[in-house]
Design a protein. Structure first.
Lengths: 546, 153
């Protein structure tokens, strides 16, 4: 491919002239359209593009001549398959190439490169900092990488329990700076005789810096973002939990074994939105429950339900033996004849007192019994069948689960007691409702009662079943967040580079959009060597974008 | 929030008038009923016996709709209390999902006392203490007594 490139500064063919220049996205060869046509003469790839000069030029920019020997250029280069002057932008274009025929028509070549980097134009900025090109820096990094691999303290990264924004902000172990200790390790497979089998992984460890001067300013940003990209798949929740999960102890076998152990650990079997094992799902759910203790609290009662609570004048029966009574919310004495609100559990309070509480939690302030399920029969007996269902239903899927029974279930002391209690309650519901429902003309009424009756035993006996809201909540909140899963991010940066050269957008939502667009567009017309990957990642992208 | 102050004042009068055994209460600042200083004696028979533990009880402005917060100012080695400067305590009655407005400060205080006497290792925040409490009770008692002597005398 190198014969297609000129030497020195003009490495690219001149696309501004009359002849159309074609660029291959697979092997980055360039040729004139009138010479070889649209199919790549080097790799026979069909992912080619007629170069439009200017901003949308897909080809990497010509790199300014550096003082670095070409060997160093190659070491730090992201693409190990390239020979000398690879494209700097390749660092940002992610490649998934399989089944590419090698240049000499030799054996089939398979390689897979996965690189995640957050800073779009990293190379340019580093050049400006003037440290990247220092051979010492490169060598120090390389040594760091080796010592990191061999050292017993090697630690594979943990799946982040929150995203990059929270994990490493302010004083995290990956902070940039001279004393910060993050090293990026990149593995590359090598090519032999045109037969390539390899994979490249970029990952990080938090070893202390081995060579102090080698630390670059700004590296921490990269590491942070990179780690966040790789392991921050579940970073949807931006709350400030700074706990790091327990890390594997230093006794792990060093090097690749531990890398693979970390990768194959069932606990790590998740990627972005997708989890691949029950264990990983459990982990996510328990993380979420830890992070949101409030969500265990019962939700508010509906205003309708609060408003429809019966009001009573306090009579002798409601007061204690000594003829005194108090509202147990405000602890004020209540006099005979005063108007109070009575809950289905027959506890009574000042209207304002209980209203304030119920608008936050659907429980009785004394016995924690919910009012919603109990008002269903109440509104039923008033004959408001059709109007009562809408007021009940909006709250149903989640609140019912977080309803009155749940706190009881969570309190350790009387799980069995509350279970029996709720069973009893459901039986009572049936018993009380059945005669009423015979008078009811509406056919949907019994179904609702069914729900009322069935719900309680389930929600108390089986946590899994009673808790469908957690995974659902996980999913929806993830989609609201701006954290996109690593695979789509990879693809989107690729897509960006194809369509708009080096103008990287940092707007993740537009990335997401373009991801979907790319995957749909490409999965439609794939017959080239990308077809397999495309359909695979394409599906993925579509699913994520949904 | 006048109603919350009224209730807190009532409860304060109740606790001051009839303090639970081994618990002494006073306000951090006389003008503010929301912050209570509490001195709790280590329950008899527990490794905390003989210790005097200072606690801070903070009543939120929307009390009783939100639970009070209680923390140990005296360091205590206990499965349900963080062994640090925060001394955060994990107790069921004060958890958001378990709190109910009819719970009174008096019951919170006695519940805290009971927690000292009977740790709940399954609900632990100080896991090392919980492990020892579960697996090696004599060792746990010895260490807890040690720390009581060190910090709570």
């Amino acid at each position: 491919m190198s014969e297609n490139r000129g030497g020195g500064g003009g490495r690219h063919l001149d696309a501004t002239g009359d002849r159309e220049v074609v660029y291959c996205h697979q092997c980055h060869a360039e040729w004139y359209n009138d010479e070889h046509g649209l199919e790549c003469p080097t790799c026979e790839g069909q992912i080619t593009e007629i170069v439009t000069p200017g901003e949308s030029d897909p080809r990497p920019a010509a790199e300014p001549q550096s003082q670095v020997p070409p060997d160093f250029d190659r070491i730090r280069n992201h693409n190990p398959w390239e020979t000398t002057d690879s494209d700097p932008e390749e660092a940002d274009i992610d490649e998934h190439v399989t089944g590419v025929r090698s240049p000499g028509g030799g054996p089939r070549v398979t390689y897979f490169t996965r690189t995640i980097r957050s800073r779009g134009d990293g190379r340019g900025e580093r050049n400006a900092e003037g440290s990247e090109d220092n051979p010492d820096v490169v060598m120090t990094d390389f040594q760091n990488m080796l010592s990191g691999l061999i050292g017993p303290a090697f630690q594979a990264g943990q799946p982040g329990r929150s995203g990059q924004d929270t994990l490493f902000n302010g004083g995290g172990p990956f902070n940039a700076g001279p004393a910060g200790g993050g090293n990026v390790h990149t593995f590359g497979g090598r090519t032999t005789n045109g037969h390539i089998m390899g994979a490249r992984y970029t990952f990080t460890t938090n070893l202390p810096a081995q060579g102090g001067p080698g630390q670059r300013e700004g590296q921490g940003d990269d590491i942070t973002a990179l780690l966040g990209n790789i392991f921050g798949g579940m970073g949807a929740h931006q709350d400030h939990v700074h706990e790091h999960g327990p890390r594997p102890a230093g006794g792990m076998p060093p090097g690749l074994q531990s890398l693979f152990a970390a990768l194959l650990n069932p606990a790590n079997m998740r990627s972005g939105d997708a989890v691949y094992s029950q264990e990983a799902l459990d982990q996510i759910i328990s993380n979420l429950m830890e992070q949101h203790p409030q969500s265990n609290a019962p939700g508010p009662a509906s205003p309708d339900a609060i408003a429809s609570l019966p009001k009573k004048k306090v009579d002798e029966k409601m007061l204690g033996d000594d003829g005194k009574g108090e509202c147990s919310v405000c602890m004020d004495d209540v006099q005979l004849g005063e108007e109070v609100v009575s809950l289905p559990c027959s506890h009574w309070f000042h209207e304002t007192c209980v209203g304030l509480w119920l608008s936050e939690h659907n429980t009785c302030p004394i016995c924690r019994k919910g009012i919603d399920s109990a008002t269903t029969p109440a509104s039923n007996t008033q004959g408001a069948t059709s109007t009562s269902s809408p007021s009940q239903n909006p709250s149903s899927p989640w609140r019912d689960n977080r309803g009155p029974e749940r706190p009881d279930r969570l309190s350790r002391s009387n799980t069995t007691g509350s279970r029996n209690e709720s069973r009893l309650a459901s039986i009572r519901h049936f018993g009380r409702l059945t005669p009423t429902h015979e008078d009811e003309p509406a056919a949907q009424a019994p179904r609702r009662w069914q729900v009322v009756g069935d719900r309680n035993p389930y929600s108390t006996t089986s946590e899994r079943q009673s808790d469908p809201s957690s995974p659902r909540r996980l999913r929806s909140s993830r989609q609201n967040s701006d954290q996109s899963a690593p695979p789509p991010r990879i693809r989107s940066s690729r897509q960006n580079s194809e369509s708009s050269g080096r103008s990287y957008t940092s707007d993740l939502s537009s990335r997401r959009r373009s991801t979907t667009a790319t995957s749909q567009a490409e999965s439609g017309g794939g017959s080239g060597p990308f077809a397999w990957l495309r359909s695979r990642w394409g599906d993925r992208g579509t699913r994520d974008g949904r | 929030m006048a109603s919350s102050q009224k209730r807190i004042t009532k409860e304060l009068a109740e606790v001051l008038g009839n303090p639970p055994e081994g618990i002494a209460v006073n306000l951090v600042d006389e003008g503010n009923v929301h912050n209570w200083n509490i001195v709790m004696d280590g329950p008899e028979g527990s490794p905390y016996e003989g210790g005097k533990f200072k606690l801070l009880l903070v009543l939120p402005t929307d009390y009783p709709f939100k639970p009070p917060k209680i923390s140990f100012k005296t360091r205590i080695w206990h499965p349900n209390v963080t062994f640090d400067e925060h001394g955060s305590m994990c107790i069921g009655i004060l958890k958001p999902e378990a709190w109910k407005p009819s719970s009174k400060i008096m019951s919170v205080l006695t519940a805290t006392q009971n927690l000292l006497a009977e740790p709940v290792p399954d609900d632990a925040v100080e896991t090392s203490a919980a492990e020892k409490f579960k697996n090696d009770r004599p060792l746990f008692n010895r260490e807890a007594r040690e720390y009581t002597r060190k910090y709570a005398k």
